[in-house]
Design a protein around this ligand. Structure first.
Ligand code: SAM
Length: 226
């Protein structure tokens, strides 16, 4: 099993977002997120997405009337905020979630989608404490954890892991959400198997060879008790 230095992820994502000319690298919303949206009251309100990527989830929240804040370790909305009018008032900050300090009880809606699998177990505890603290009483949260994850390089078939990941099973992830979300009512929980080949863009400047991953997203929608 090869162990790859996860510091290349920054360069990898930077190249992907820069090479994506339509500003929509990730395409359509996931079904779980659509379900979450359907449970949210309409804005006004404040929404924060940590690891917001091209802003596809934030766009949907803007359509519901929310004011948007987004954080990502790379300038991930570099194309989308030019091309997508729903993101024109986005308060975007380029920052690492590990060091970023969100406003305490500052948000009606908090999203962290397709990101938490990049943290090791200790980092997850740090990040989750911030996430939980940033949600207003009565506010809503959407989280997922990519579980039972495997990856391999397409050319060689060699499997690899990042040097920094928690390696969680579906059961581990379910248990962690239950433990973390004691102050919340979890009102939806879903599993979604996915398999994808990367890169998504046709960037020629990627720091690692093309690979395929597969795993199961364990997602939760929850509301913080008042
Ligand atoms: C697979 S994308 C998901 C984007 C978006 N959340 C969505 O669901 O469409 C993962 C994003 O997380 C960002 N990311 C990963 N680790 C991060 C960290 N430590 N701090 C901030 N952003 C991070 C990456 O740069 C990338 O934009």
């Amino acid at each position: 099993m090869k162990i790859v230095d996860s510091s290349v992820l920054k360069e990898w994502y930077d190249s992907e977002y820069s090479a994506c000319n339509n500003g929509a690298l990730f395409g359509e919303l996931r079904e779980e997120f659509k379900q979450f949206l359907s449970t949210l009251p309409d804005g006004p309100g404040d929404a924060l997405e940590l690891g917001c990527g091209d802003g596809r989830n934030l766009t949907a929240l803007a359509r519901k009337g929310y004011s948007l804040s987004g954080v990502d370790m790379v300038d991930s909305t570099v194309q989308s905020r030019q091309l997508n009018p729903w993101l024109k008032d986005l308060n975007f900050q380029q920052a690492d979630i590990l060091t970023y300090e969100p406003l305490r009880e500052g948000y009606d809606v908090l999203v962290c989608s397709e990101v938490l699998h990049f943290f090791n177990k200790d980092e997850l505890q740090t990040v989750m404490a911030k996430i939980i603290g940033a949600v207003k009483p009565g506010g809503y949260i959407f989280l997922d954890l990519l579980s039972d994850l495997s990856r391999y390089f397409q050319a060689s078939g060699e499997p690899f892991i990042w040097d920094k990941e928690a390696g969680l099973s579906v059961l581990d992830s379910e248990g962690l959400f239950d433990a973390w979300l004691g102050d919340f009512d979890i009102y939806a929980s879903r599993h979604f198997f996915d398999k994808q080949s990367w890169p998504l863009s046709d960037s020629a400047n990627l720091p690692i060879a093309p690979y395929t991953w597969q795993g199961t997203y364990v997602s939760v929608c929850a509301r913080k008790r008042k």
